[in-house]
Every structure is written in structure tokens, then in C-alpha cells.
Design a protein around this ligand. Structure first.
Ligand SMILES: [Fe+2]
Ligand SMILES: [Fe+2]
Length: 146
């Protein structure tokens, strides 16, 4: 595994949900994930790493709730299933945070951060994409011209 920047991420157009407020929140996620990456790579204090991990969790909770409000506004039929995925993601993050109570090696921190990153980005690509495609299909929004 490349140990310098194992999960440095950049937002790009392919990640766009065509909803500026949602894109802004997803971009913020990526910024927080990169900051966590820097903390681990920079061998910052474990308390700082935990603090940055917690910021991602807090941000995820707010963002997920925000999406769920929008689903109601849109009458999105996948709302319930998507909300269930949010619950599962939060449970997964909390489990990772609980494991931070124990002594961990640097490698384990990198692994934990990588799991958080994969869960968030995986959710975005697998689940958020579905509401984007639904809304495009419904004519509720249009893909911006390339
Ligand atoms: Fe999202
Ligand atoms: Fe979501």
C-alpha cells in the first residue's frame, strides 16, 4: 500500500448530484477525509485523529438527515431504503470510533480511516447516484451541459 497519501481524494464532475447544496456537502466530506488522512500521515496526536474522525461522523449525520428531508420534498420512492443505508453507515462509523479506545498501531489508524472513506464514497457512488438518476428521469433536474 502507498503509505504517503493512501486516500487523498479529489472531487470531480462525475461525483456531481446536480444539486449545488448536496455537491457542497459532498465536497466538504472529501475535505474532511483528506484532513483525516493528513493527520494520520503526519503522525498527529491520537486525540487529533479522533477529533477529525468525529468531525466526519458529525458531518455525515447532518448530511444524511438533510438528504432524507429532500427525499420527502421530491417524493422519492427509494427514500426508506436509502435512509436504512444511512443508519447502517452510521452504525459502521460508530463501531470504528469505539475501536479507537484501544491501543492501535499507525497501520490500524490508516486502515480505519480507509474504511470510513470507502464507506462514504461507496455510499455516494452506490446510493446517492440512484436519487440523482431518479430525478433526472423524472425531469426534476437536468444534467448540466458538458
Ligand atoms: Fe450523500
Ligand atoms: Fe445518502
Amino acid at each position: 500500500m502507498e503509505m504517503t497519501t493512501p486516500w487523498q481524494l479529489d472531487w470531480n464532475e462525475s461525483l456531481s448530484m446536480f444539486i449545488p447544496e448536496i455537491d457542497a456537502q459532498h465536497q466538504n466530506f472529501i475535505r474532511l477525509i483528506n484532513e483525516l488522512n493528513e493527520a494520520i500521515i503526519g503522525r498527529m496526536d491520537i486525540e487529533e485523529i479522533k477529533r477529525r474522525m468525529q468531525s466526519i461522523l458529525d458531518d455525515a449525520a447532518m448530511h444524511f438527515a438533510h438528504e432524507e428531508v429532500l427525499f420527502k420534498e421530491w417524493g422519492y420512492p427509494g427514500a426508506e431504503e436509502h435512509a436504512q443505508r444511512h443508519v447502517q453507515a452510521m452504525q459502521f462509523f460508530r463501531k470504528i470510533m469505539e475501536e479507537f479506545g484501544r491501543d492501535r498501531t499507525e497501520y490500524e489508524w490508516i486502515e480505519a480511516g480507509l474504511k470510513v472513506k470507502q464507506a462514504l464514497i461507496g455510499h455516494l457512488l452506490a446510493e446517492d447516484i440512484k436519487y440523482r438518476d431518479y430525478r433526472v428521469a423524472q425531469g426534476q433536474l437536468s444534467r448540466p451541459m458538458p
